[in-house]
Design a protein around this ligand. Structure first.
Ligand code: SF4
Ligand code: SF4
Ligand code: FES
Length: 321
């Protein structure tokens, strides 16, 4: 196959010279089958040695080469140039939700700090004597955590998470996938405490289900799927004293039992009927909605095909029992 000319539009930022990031174009004549990492190495070696980027293994193992390609986080050592060129141009920039140190290199500290919050290591029962060799688990038990063990801590999910864009206190998708890895580990003795903690504010219920993390994840860790599994386990084990769980229960009460979508009941049910500071805190939101005529009707409306919906909930109740 013939070589082709590609324009790499790279976001540059040198904190010693630039006040704001700027784009710089580099033209490369490339053979087919080249990865973006190799192309960036070529730019660095042949066109501009000051270009800063981070990488190590070149084989989608170390997780250090995540950056934005055409606006979305990807491992550049795993991504072919030919899959991403649009009208002869390929845009490369640093990961999102993290401070840029130089060009394509970001400060990963907030990402590592978020991991620390979920105690990312095995906590076996201290009352049990330490085994002579390793702590064993069956193949079936391992399969339960297999997907979450594949996380390579690249940060691609953290970069593109919509919640982190507006709320940096959210623990983030990678940490939740890591939490899953220990919550479901048969050798861990702190499942209850882990579930209690992760159900609090900034934890598993703060995710808005946009799915971006799973789309961006280069491994089978797929954070959104892990988040859903943690939520189910937290609900099943009775961790209901938090806004997320109360919202789920409230939804079941209005839609599942009454067949109504009661959007006035849900906010109060979620913060808690006796939580006076919580109730006061949602009043301004309600007033803003009223001002913009976005408030739900006072009389909740019935939902379409209500009998079908009730049947689905009843069936789910049976299965749950
Ligand atoms: S699904 Fe949740 S955790 Fe994943 S990117 Fe969206 S908001 Fe973030
Ligand atoms: S969950 Fe996926 S995207 Fe997120 S850090 Fe781990 S491997 Fe990377
Ligand atoms: S360089 Fe190691 S994952 Fe890309």
């Amino acid at each position: 196959m013939a070589s082709s000319k590609v324009t790499f539009r790279i976001q540059r930022f040198d904190p010693e010279k630039d006040e704001a990031p700027r784009d710089q174009d580099f033209q490369l004549e490339l053979e087919p089958g080249i990865t973006i990492l190799k192309a960036l190495n070529k730019i660095q070696a042949e066109l501009d040695p000051t270009l800063a980027l981070r990488y190590s293994c070149g084989s989608a193992i170390c997780g250090s080469c995540a950056m934005k390609v055409n606006g979305h986080a990807r491992l550049v050592c795993k991504t072919q140039v030919s899959d991403c060129v649009k009208d002869g141009v390929l845009r490369v920039g640093p990961m999102g939700n993290l401070r840029v140190l130089k060009d394509l290199v970001v400060d990963m500290e907030p990402f590592w700090d978020s991991l620390d919050k979920v105690k990312p290591y095995l906590a076996p029962d201290p009352a049990q004597a330490a085994p002579e060799k390793e702590r064993l688990q069956s193949p079936e038990e391992f399969l339960r955590i297999d997907p979450s063990t594949t996380c390579i801590l690249c940060g691609a999910c953290y970069s593109d998470c919509n919640v982190l864009e507006v709320d940096k206190s959210f623990v983030g998708p990678a940490s939740l996938a890591k939490a899953h890895r220990f919550i479901f580990d048969s050798r861990d003795a702190e499942t209850t405490e882990r579930l209690r903690k992760i159900s609090e504010k900034t934890g598993v219920w703060d995710c808005t289900h946009c799915g971006e993390c799973s789309t961006r994840c280069p491994t089978e860790a797929k954070p959104l799927e892990r988040i859903e599994e943690i939520r189910v386990k937290a609900m099943t084990e009775g961790h209901h004293g938090n806004a997320g769980a109360r919202h789920v229960l409230g939804f079941r009460e209005t839609v599942g039992r009454r067949g109504l979508l009661d959007e006035n009941y849900l906010p109060a049910r979620s913060v808690g009927f006796f939580n006076i500071p919580g109730l006061l805190s949602i009043i301004p939101v309600g007033l803003r909605m009223m001002k913009r005529r976005k408030n739900p009707p006072l009389r909740p409306h019935s939902i379409d095909k209500v009998d079908e919906v009730k049947k689905t909930f009843a069936r789910f109740e049976e299965l749950r029992k």
